[in-house]
Ligand binder design. Structure first.
Ligand code: ZN
Length: 459
């Protein structure tokens, strides 16, 4: 499906554009049916071309729990003692417990709109809120998947839907807690859910369904094996080693650490996205990098939750691949995810330009291009701006003061380290412009729906 009346060729012209081989000047795109039909660099604009400043491939957002956007700011008050990921999770469970499918749709639509405004053009929705109140399944197992798909359709973002298998509350198949009953299912029902999710996304342009075992604590080894088979040809995402307690529990259960256990027991390769992987030994870092799996990094959320720092410098030195995700959606901004990823390493190692690929290289450009490539791979999508790829583009306003006088890679350094999302001008999906002047064309309606929904949920 293509959204609009996209008949005939359209032409966009960019003074600067990041193509798959690097920055080029004076780039004229021909868009046909939402896809890049031709890319010409070093040419003159023609009359009728839409002209823009600096074009970038849209950033994939490889890890989102859209409904959590509704609780942004609600878990920042200090509790009686020892606030942590686990106390945050209690707040999150209480919040989601009241949500209906239409609430999820309204909150997800806001999150997805903000993702487009924040430089993301595809989202990997790690979707585990499946059932109705008390854990009663909806008549259509994919009722919540339909809500997610509707929100993606309303916002225009590309969707990689990752229905999550969640069966247990802890390592060794511990029974689920009452607060987890809206997530829980067995592997047979999960197989049916994946089929129903395929149907739920059918009308969205270039949407994909992957599979997602929630974590080693929420699925059994047998389920993980069955799911790797079930997911043949699909992206596979799993949370791993986010918390120190999770590492200790995994060691107590198996004698191995989570990443170590996963690499010893599952066929991890470039189809896999391991989300967080924060706590690894040096052996695990090198072994994970060798598999070609994508490390799914969510620096804003990991900082917000106090998870710890992913060993990015060591992982990239070992040629590991990564992408970024907005995860809890407490703040949605592609440039800030990359900035915080680099700044965490600077603070840890007391150095600068820690994640640039070598002497003379631009940190911003290396981070951006690596995250586009890794994110697209993790989400099963085409990477970057090349002929045949969807015209998923973010433009920066080269009139922004932070971008003044810059060209080439320096534009990305200025965008990521100085301007941030305030430099974003336009965002296109399949050649159709959803964001202009930094604002989504449906902002007013999506915000109104969200505000009304939050009013009910927090009453
Ligand atoms: Zn997550």
């Amino acid at each position: 499906m293509i959204w609009a009346q996209q008949t005939g060729d359209r032409h966009l012209f960019f003074d600067h554009m990041l193509l798959t081989g690097g920055f080029a000047r004076d780039v004229r795109l021909t868009i046909r049916g939402g896809v890049l039909a031709a890319i010409e660099a070093g040419v003159a604009a023609q009359s009728g071309d839409e002209r823009h400043g600096c074009g970038l491939p849209g950033m994939p957002n490889l890890h989102s729990h859209a409904f959590q956007r509704g609780m942004a700011g609600l878990a920042e008050r200090r509790g009686p003692s020892g606030d942590s990921f686990w106390t945050w999770r209690e707040v999150m469970y209480r919040f989601l417990d009241r949500m209906t499918p239409s609430d999820v749709r309204a909150v997800a639509a806001l999150a997805y709109m903000e993702m487009l405004e924040g430089g993301f053009t595809r989202v990997g929705e790690f979707h585990y809120l499946h059932h109705g109140f008390g854990g009663r399944p909806y008549a259509d197992l994919a009722e919540m998947s339909h809500a997610i798909a509707a929100a993606a359709g309303e916002s225009g973002i590309a969707l990689t839907l990752l229905p999550v298998l969640y069966s247990y509350s802890g390592f060794g198949a511990q029974p689920p807690q009452p607060a987890q009953m809206r997530f829980v299912m067995d592997i047979d029902r999960y197989g049916r859910l994946v089929e129903a999710a395929d149907a739920a996304i059918r009308d969205l342009p270039d949407a994909i369904v992957g599979v997602a075992p929630h974590s080693l604590r929420a699925v059994s080894p047998e389920q993980l094996g069955a799911l790797a088979d079930l997911g043949a040809g699909r992206p596979i995402h799993i949370h791993i080693a986010e918390q120190v307690k999770e590492v200790a529990d995994c060691l107590a259960w198996s004698g191995q650490r989570p990443v170590e256990w996963l690499l010893n027991h599952a066929p991890v390769d470039g189809r896999w996205c391991v989300v967080h992987a924060t706590h690894m030994t040096s052996d695990e870092i090198v072994a994970l990098a060798k598999t070609g799996a994508i490390a799914g990094l969510c620096p804003i959320t990991e900082a917000n939750l106090g998870d710890g720092l992913f060993p990015a410098e060591t992982f990239l030195t070992a040629r590991g691949r990564f992408g970024v995700g907005s995860d809890s959606n407490v703040l949605i901004d592609a440039s800030e995810e990359l900035r915080l990823l680099e700044y965490g390493q600077r603070l840890l190692h007391r150095g600068r330009n820690m994640l640039a690929g070598g002497e003379g290289r631009s940190t911003g450009a290396d981070l951006y291009t690596a995250a586009v490539d890794g994110g697209a791979t993790a989400l099963g999508a085409a990477s970057g701006l090349a002929v045949g790829a969807p015209a998923d583009i973010v433009s920066l306003d080269i009139g922004h003061p932070s971008l003044a006088g810059k060209s080439g890679d320096a534009l990305l350094d200025a965008y990521i380290f100085a301007a941030g999302r305030s430099a974003i001008d336009g965002v296109w999906r399949c050649g159709e412009q959803f964001v202009s002047g930094g604002r989504h064309r449906k902002r007013q309606k999506i915000v109104a729906d969200y505000v009304a929904t939050l009013g009910r949920l927090t009453a």
